[in-house]
Design a binder for this molecule. Structure first.
Ligand code: NAP
Ligand code: ZN
Length: 348
């Protein structure tokens, strides 16, 4: 079994620590990847700290993985040694269902990149805060040549999670789209939505990141702490993408939608949020949700970002600083995604 070195959470309340573990023996259809960079998603923190109640330990988080192929099995046809590749939030899906190119992430049998059980039904999966990973070739993504690996990593979750609903709800010229929360996910929504031609508004807690938001392509930027924002924007938006995981008043945001508008939940609040029927009935409005994207769509997103030269704003850290980085993400003190330089593992 190949040995990997990484960092793991050992229980919900302890910091991540160095951890050595076995990857599975590569099969004929597997690709072995030397991980170079791994993004820190807020979902990593939720799971490392068991905030969704489904965590198993030890857990190596990380599902924004970028690296280089170092070996391929005999039946691998899509990749060769030296290719620049990525791995996102899942590494297998249901083998019994007909593969649905745009909905596979919603089918039963999805195998998460970590905190999940591998396709063999017994082996726990471990993620990207590590030096290598073994992945079946159908779940590996090709990174366009013009995107540096460190900046490509966050596209594998933050990028696709915004691209998928923007594409599904047809963001484009003439569409007014708002993004609530300009963090790791949100800032990608601004960049990708603007590149699709939509008129993008940011709804942030304050105006402290306004200059950045406008530079990313937003046409307008409002503070949700200001009650005037809700009066100014009432009934004006086609699509709202909510990236906030805290409980916020969805009724207030639904009132910003036009007739037939849709608000899509991406962040996951811990507790239920009450929605008044009139918030929806009044304008035939929809409240929807969306989870990452399929492999097909993720490749489309990477190619779109390559074509439009869209990359996240990142701060590169050593893996020894991962626990401090978690605290900073929780305080919204990151511009706009932490990315771990996996070479720093050698310092331990
Ligand atoms: P993040 O970088 O922490 O960004 C979240 C943003 O929400 C913050 O930057 C902040 O933006 C805003 N926010 C934070 N606390 C708030 C509060 N109390 N009230 C109002 N706004 C608040 O996190 P992320 O990595 O983008 O992830 C966001 C959420 O999406 C997480 O819950 C994550 O688990 C989830 N997620 C879902 C999917 C999916 O497939 N649906 C995929 C990945 C992640 P401002 O400072 O601009 O207000
Ligand atoms: Zn994520």
């Amino acid at each position: 079994m190949p040995i990997a070195k990484g960092y793991a959470a050992t229980d919900a309340s302890k910091p991540l620590v160095p951890f050595t573990f076995e990857r599975r023996e590569p099969n004929d259809d597997d690709v072995v990847i030397d991980i170079k960079f791994s993004g820190i998603c807020h979902s990593d923190i939720h799971q490392a700290r068991n905030e969704w109640g489904n965590s198993t330990y030890p857990m190596v988080p990380g599902h924004e993985i970028a690296g280089i192929v170092t070996a391929v099995g005999g039946k691998v046809s899509k990749y060769k040694v030296g290719d620049r590749v990525g791995v996102g939030c899942f590494v297998n899906s249901c083998l019994h269902c007909e593969r649905d190119l745009y909905r596979e992430q919603y089918l039963p049998g999805l195998v998460g990149t970590y905190n999940s059980v591998d396709a063999d039904g017994v082996t726990p999966t471990q993620g990207g805060y590590a030096d290598s990973i073994v992945v079946q070739e159908d779940y590996v993504l090709r990174i366009p040549d013009n995107l540096p690996l460190d900046k490509a990593a966050p596209l594998l979750c933050a990028g696709i999670t915004l691209y998928s609903p923007l594409s599904h709800w047809k963001a484009g010229p003439g569409k007014k789209v708002a993004v609530i929360g300009m963090g790791g996910l949100g800032h990608m929504g601004v960049k990708i939505g603007a590149a699709m031609g939509a008129d993008v508004t940011v709804l942030s807690q304050s105006l402290s990141k306004k200059d950045d938001g406008l530079a990313f392509g937003a046409k307008a930027y409002y503070a949700t702490s200001d009650a005037e924002t809700f009066k100014t924007l009432a009934g004006s938006l086609d699509l709202i993408l909510c990236t906030v995981s805290a409980e916020i008043d969805w009724n207030a945001y639904l009132s910003l939608l036009k007739v037939d508008g849709t608000m899509v939940l991406l962040g996951v609040p811990e507790n239920p949020v009450p929605v008044h029927a009139f918030s929806l009935i009044g304008g035939r409005r929809s409240l929807a949700g969306s989870m990452i994207g399929s492999i097909q769509e993720t490749q489309e997103m990477l190619d779109f970002c390559g074509k439009h030269n869209i990359t996240p704003e990142i701060e590169i850290i050593d893996i020894q600083d991962v626990n401090e980085a978690y605290e900073r993400v929780i305080k919204s003190d990151v511009r706009y995604r932490f990315v771990i330089d996996i070479a720093s593992l050698a310092k331990d």
